[in-house]
Design a protein around this ligand. Structure first.
Ligand SMILES: Nc1ncnc2c1ncn2[C@@H]1O[C@H](COP(=O)(O)OP(=O)(O)O)[C@@H](O)[C@H]1O
Ligand SMILES: Cc1cn([C@H]2C[C@H](O)[C@@H](COP(=O)(O)O)O2)c(=O)[nH]c1=O
Length: 282
C-alpha cells in the first residue's frame, strides 16, 4: 500500500469515527451490536405475535381481539366469601358457559412465594407486590381466548383496582408512590387495550355474613381478616356499583342479594339465568 493510500484510508476512518464515535471499545462493541440486533428481531417477533393476536384495526384507539366481540362476558363481583365461587360452580354445570375463577392459586404461589400471605402480614410493604401481580393475572384472564359463547369470570381488573388497591390506599396502608405507579399502569392498560365486559353480577351481602363464611372456609392467609376489613370492602363495592358515585362502571349491573342460605341462592341464580345469559339485552 502506498503512503498516500494509507493516509487517505486513515483520514476516512477518522472522519467516520468523529461523526459517530463508538461509546465502547470495538471488542466490547461487537457483542453490544449483536445484542441490539437480537433484541430487534425478538421485538419484531413479539410485535408480529401481538398483531396476529389482536386486530391491527383500532377501535377508539384501543387494541381489540379478533372475533371475541360476539361472545358474552359476565363478571361476578362481591365481597370476600360472598359466594362468588359457589355461584360460578353452579353455572359451570351449564353447557356453553365457560367459567373462570380468580387465579388465587397464583396469588398464593408465584415461583414459591406467597404474595397474598405477605400482603396480609404487612400490607404497607407487600400491597404493591400483590396488587401488581393481581393486575397482571387479571389482565391475562381478560385477554385469554374465550372458548364458549358465554364467559363468566370471578371479579375483574376493575374491582382489583377500584376496590382492593383503593382500600389499601385509603386506609393508608399503601404509600402514595405505590398507588400512583399502580394507577399509571392501570390507566395505560384500560386506555390502550379493550377489556370487554357485558354484565356485572353483584352478589350483595352483609359484611357480617361474609365474615362468618370466611371463618368457616378457613383459608390460611385470611384468618387474620377482621370484620372492619370486610366492611371497608363492602362500602367500596356499594359506592361503585349501587350508589355509582366512585368510579366508572364498565357494564350494566345486576344486583343479587347473597345473604340467604345455599338452596335459596341456587333458586335465585336459576331465576336470574335469563337475565345473566341474555346480558346483551339486559
Ligand atoms: N349461600 C350460602 N350460604 C352459606 N354458606 C355459603 C353460601 N354460599 C357459599 N357459602 C360458603 O361460604 C364460603 C365462601 O363461599 P365462596 O363461594 O368461596 O365465596 P367467594 O368466592 O365469594 O369468596 C364457602 O365455604 C362456601 O361453601
Ligand atoms: C382481587 C383481589 C383479591 N384480593 C384478596 C382478597 C381475598 O383474600 C382473596 C380473594 O378471595 P375471594 O374469596 O375470591 O374474594 O384475594 C386482594 O387482596 N386484592 C385483590 O385485588
Amino acid at each position: 500500500m502506498s503512503f498516500n493510500c494509507f493516509c487517505i484510508r486513515n483520514m476516512r476512518r477518522f472522519a467516520t469515527w468523529i461523526s459517530s464515535p463508538p461509546a465502547v471499545s470495538s471488542s466490547r462493541l461487537m457483542p453490544a451490536i449483536c445484542n441490539r440486533f437480537a433484541d430487534k428481531s425478538a421485538a419484531v417477533r413479539r410485535t408480529r405475535a401481538f398483531s396476529n393476536h389482536f386486530s391491527t384495526e383500532r377501535v377508539s384507539r384501543k387494541l381489540v381481539r379478533n372475533g371475541e366481540e360476539k361472545k358474552l362476558v359476565v363478571c361476578i363481583e362481591g365481597n370476600i366469601a360472598s359466594g362468588k365461587t359457589t355461584c360460578l360452580e353452579y353455572f359451570s354445570k351449564t353447557s356453553n358457559i365457560e367459567v373462570l375463577t380468580e387465579p388465587i392459586c397464583k396469588w398464593r404461589n408465584v415461583r414459591g412465594h406467597n404474595p397474598l400471605a405477605l400482603m396480609y402480614q404487612d400490607p404497607t410493604r407487600w400491597g404493591i407486590t400483590l396488587q401488581t401481580y393481581v393486575q397482571l393475572t387479571m389482565l391475562d384472564r381478560h385477554l385469554s381466548t374465550i372458548s364458549a359463547p358465554v364467559r363468566m369470570m370471578e371479579r375483574s381488573i376493575f374491582s382489583a383496582k377500584y376496590i382492593f388497591v383503593e382500600n389499601l390506599y385509603r386506609s393508608r396502608k399503601m404509600p402514595e408512590v405505590d398507588f400512583v405507579v399502580l394507577s399509571e399502569w392501570f390507566e395505560w392498560i384500560t386506555e390502550n387495550i379493550a377489556i370487554p365486559v357485558d354484565l356485572i353480577v353483584y352478589l350483595q351481602s352483609s359484611p357480617e355474613i361474609c365474615h362468618a363464611r370466611l371463618k368457616e372456609r378457613c383459608r390460611e392467609e385470611e384468618k387474620i381478616i377482621p370484620l372492619e376489613y370486610l366492611e371497608a370492602i363492602h362500602q367500596l363495592y356499594e359506592d361503585w356499583l349501587i350508589k355509582k358515585t366512585s368510579f366508572i362502571i364498565p357494564a350494566p349491573v345486576l344486583v343479587i342479594s347473597a345473604d340467604s342460605d345455599l338452596p335459596t341462592m341456587l333458586h335465585q341464580y336459576e331465576e336470574n339465568r335469563g337475565k345473566i345469559l341474555g346480558a346483551r339485552n339486559f
